[in-house]
Design a protein around this ligand. Structure first.
Ligand code: ZN
Ligand code: ZN
Length: 623
């Protein structure tokens, strides 16, 4: 509308006479309220014209409103243009129609025109404008509103608060909110959203808990906040409270909860949510389908992920990507490649995520030449510029396969800046393949360039320990102590009866600690009977041999496995989620436990899934 000659072509007509309505206009006004489609409005519009009521401001207002509320902004706007001397109601209604559709420039243009015409805006004009405006316009409107004495109006205030909240201006939003006499639920929700966006989760929770009435939107904002900021346990606890408060979760709730289940590996709860979707007839669209595929894959149930995937009829690239990434995570490279071929055959274009999926599939199976093929395909056929994550997959693939020099060359030739994660990948490959001199060179280079992360020092120190270079271990440890660097504590979780139990290394806080440690001792005896001896080389020298064994023995996943063994019936699969990579010793032990107890044990570590069964792991000891 910006370049339309609308305001100049306005026909000049005498002002509308409001008085002396016949019965007819009133009836027409009532009929307009009941219109359900364009045809009905057009018919009434024709009657209005035929009876000469085109100057009735009430009928014009209702017509204009009916057109826009049924989605025919063009008709509504044409009518507005034809109206002579529109009043504040007509202006506000047309501004609102534009603003609600996000057409903020048009809305402001109309507002300016209104001021030029000398029509004074009211509170509703401002609250309409605020719906679509950005923070800088919001500040301008705020001062206008104050001048006109409308700043105490609840709708205006809520609108302003919403603008500040969307612009992440927590302080201004908080000031408005704190001085509000009557806080509507809309205002509280806007404030809550504002807190959550900046990650002020504690402020948000305080406000949330203080709200007398909470609708599903409030609950969603809070639950999603916890999910986004990596607090899946809090998200799930709140979800439980939401159900207890008899509120009905909607699609948005379900999306957050599924994402949290995936993070925690909470399969039972995830399944419950799935059946909730089915039982409550929430439409299983492609977004929900993707969330379910993602959750099932992360919770270790690829079969369920595939079932959901196959059931979605109109698949977009995002759901294909989720399924491919899922297969890759579990080391099912053939299936990932197969899906890649299929989606290309269907005419879909792989995205950079698709390539992360297939490259990871290559890395987890040690398929170097396939990896190189996909890397080339991505650049040459699909014109996708590799990001640092793609280089990460390649360095991981080459590094694990022992092609360390090639991986190093690849990093040096990159046209994007390598990050500490990428260097860490190469460094751990050096550690794995005992390439200590290259590892040390890289480590020193990173320290020199101030790129060393906590992980760099930990890897260096582990590398020296493996090499038996105790002087350098001591030196590295001294630097670490000075810098306050600690190894990230290992943490494993297991879901039993819909509840997620977390264990950190050496944990003694669980209510069943005694039984857990008794089970651990029993397992250790059995392990020794099966010829197991602990690999203590990576544990530092100043710890005596006996203690080293104890350190390894209480790695968090062992506590979780022991708890799993005592809490589930024989034959049940045990599923563990771990925050770090599984160490070689625990990997060996888990294989043996699967053989001794006849249990399937599924472990998701930082990189991938391990399915342990009858003494063998699905990763083929390649992880
Ligand atoms: Zn371990
Ligand atoms: Zn494994």
């Amino acid at each position: 509308m910006s370049n339309s000659p609308l305001f100049t072509s306005q026909p000049s007509r005498p002002p509308t006479n409001h008085h002396g309505f016949h019965v007819l206009p009133d009836k027409l006004a009532l009929l307009l309220d009941k219109c359900r489609n364009l045809n009905q409005i057009l018919q009434i519009h024709a009657v209005i014209l035929r009876h000469g009521h085109e100057n009735s401001s009430i009928l014009n207002f209702k017509l204009q409103k009916s057109y826009s509320s049924l989605g025919h902004l063009d008709h509504s706007f044409t009518l507005f243009k034809r109206t002579s001397n529109p009043d504040v109601f007509l202006y506000t209604s047309i501004i609102n129609a534009h603003s609600s559709r996000g057409l903020k420039f048009q809305a402001f243009e109309l507002f300016v025109h209104m001021l030029i015409q000398g029509v004074e805006p009211n509170a509703f004009t401002f609250s309409s404008l605020l719906k679509s405006c950005l923070i800088k316009d919001g500040i301008l409107l705020h001062s206008q509103v104050t001048k006109l004495g409308l700043d105490e109006n609840l709708f205006v205030r809520t609108g302003l608060l919403d603008v500040y909240a969307k612009g992440c201006d927590v302080e201004s939003a908080r000031q408005l909110f704190d001085t509000m006499l009557d806080r509507s639920l809309v205002a509280s929700t806007a404030m809550l959203t504002c807190y959550v966006k900046h990650g002020c989760l504690d402020d948000a929770r305080l406000l949330f808990d203080g709200l007398e009435e909470k609708d599903v939107v409030c609950w969603n904002v809070m639950i999603d906040g916890y999910t986004q900021y990596g607090k899946p346990n809090d998200a799930l606890m709140l979800f439980e409270q939401m159900l207890k408060a008899k509120l009905k979760p909607n699609e948005i709730t379900v999306l957050s909860v599924l994402s949290s289940c995936g993070l925690l590996g909470a399969l039972e709860l995830g399944k419950w949510v799935h059946s909730y979707i089915v039982n409550n007839k929430i439409r299983l669209n492609v977004h929900l389908g993707t969330a379910l595929v993602d959750m099932y894959a992360k919770c270790g149930s690829l079969e369920d992920a595939r079932l959901v995937f196959d059931g979605i009829t109109r698949k977009d690239i995002v759901i294909w990507n989720s399924m491919i990434v899922g297969y890759a995570m579990h080391g099912f490279s053939e299936e990932a490649f197969h899906l890649f071929d299929e989606l290309c055959k269907m005419g879909l274009h792989p995205t950079d995520i698709t390539f992360i999926g297939v490259l990871n599939a290559c890395a987890h199976a040690g398929l170097v030449s396939e990896g190189k093929k996909f890397f080339g395909l991505m650049k040459n056929q699909y014109n996708l510029k590799p990001k640092v994550e793609h280089y990460g997959c390649m360095v991981n693939l080459l590094g694990r396969a022992g092609h360390l020099e090639e991986a190093y060359e690849l990093i040096k030739g990159m046209d994007v800046e390598p990050d500490s994660v990428l260097w860490g990948t190469l460094l751990s490959a050096c550690y794995l393949h005992n390439k200590f001199s290259l590892g040390e060179e890289i480590g020193m280079f990173l320290i020199d360039k101030n790129l060393a992360s906590d992980g760099t020092y930990v890897l260096l120190s582990n590398m020296y320990a493996k090499e038996g270079n105790w002087d350098n271990v001591a030196k590295t440890r001294a630097i670490m102590k000075k810098k306050g660097i600690q190894k990230e504590p290992g943490c494993s979780s297991i879901e039993i009866n819909n509840k997620v139990h977390e264990f950190i290394a050496g944990d003694r806080n669980h209510p069943k600690t005694k039984t857990i440690y008794k089970k651990l001792e029993e397992m250790n005896r059995l392990l020794k009977d099966h010829g197991y001896s602990p690999q203590t080389e990576t544990v530092l020298r100043d710890v005596e041999e006996k203690k080293k064994e104890q350190c390894l023995g209480v790695h968090s996943e062992r506590l979780a496995i022991a708890f799993g063994l005592i809490s589930t019936s024989p034959g049940c699969t045990i599923k563990i989620v771990k925050n770090l990579r599984v160490c070689t010793d625990c990997h060996t032990v888990t294989k043996l436990i699967s053989k001794i107890t006849g249990r399937r044990i599924v472990v998701r570590d930082r990189n991938r899934f391990h399915h342990f069964e009858d003494g063998v792991c699905s990763c083929g000891d390649y992880w």
